[in-house]
Design a binder for this molecule. Structure first.
Ligand code: E4P
Length: 218
């Protein structure tokens, strides 16, 4: 399972990168705005900085909603760095743009996916990644993890190569459950990743080992 961090915060990206377990980064316009990154030039520079910090794929989302605009923007973003993945919204023109980029061998991430039907279209359009939003489904009393399971089963039926990128992860258990289902990738906030580290018995055990060592080595 690949681990992406879902943020535009450079300190958090560096912290995850330093753990040695990071495979990429996802961003979106809201995450950029949260870090105060505004204006095309600043946004482009920020993507370049992120690509310098991490080794893997970095999703950069287009703002246009028409196919021509998405292609124009996507080509500009793809030219920034070979780690850039063009993030396209799951709308009619997004699927057209995805098909266009797939034929050109440019990596894509179809985002804002909330149903198995949308995931089928993304795969048919040759998306590199499909991003089902688990947390936002949970927010409206719909089982987000069930969507991951449905997409896994459909993709396996047809050997679709599109990777399932579980997005809108809110906590550590989402990551573990996605791993059980077989999501190819998860993207989550730093605290959801760090939560995987924690177990009280580890802390108690380590404390005892160190205390016993200290007793015998005074
Ligand atoms: C990532 O690609 C998505 O944009 C992100 O996971 C959405 O997360 P949210 O629902 O917490 O905003």
């Amino acid at each position: 399972m690949k681990f992406f961090i879902d943020t535009a915060n450079l300190d958090q990206i560096k912290e995850a990168q330093d753990l040695g377990i990071l495979n990429g980064v996802t961003t979106n316009p809201s995450l950029m705005a949260k870090e105060g990154i505004t204006g095309k030039a600043n946004i482009i520079n920020h993507y370049k900085t992120i690509c310098d910090i991490v080794e893997g794929d970095v999703s950069a989302e287009v703002i246009a909603t028409d196919m021509e605009g998405m292609i124009r923007e996507g080509e500009e973003l793809a030219a920034l760095h070979d780690q850039i993945v063009i993030k396209l919204p799951m709308i009619r023109d997004g699927i057209k743009a995805c098909s266009y980029f797939s034929k050109k061998g440019v990596k894509t991430n179809v985002t804002l996916v909330f149903s198995p039907g949308q995931a089928i279209l993304a795969a048919k359009a040759g998306a590199t990644y499909v991003s089902p939003f688990i947390g936002r489904l949970d927010d409206v009393s719909t089982d987000g993890l069930n969507l991951i399971a449905e997409i896994r089963s459909i993709y396996d039926n047809y050997n679709f190569k599109t990777q399932i990128l579980a997005a809108s992860i809110r906590h550590t258990m989402h990551i573990i459950d996605c791993a059980k289902i077989g999501a190819d990738v998860m993207t989550g906030p730093l605290n959801s990743i760090m939560g995987l580290l924690k177990h009280p018995l580890t802390d108690i055990g380590l404390e005892k080992f160190l205390a016993d060592y200290a007793k015998g080595n005074q």
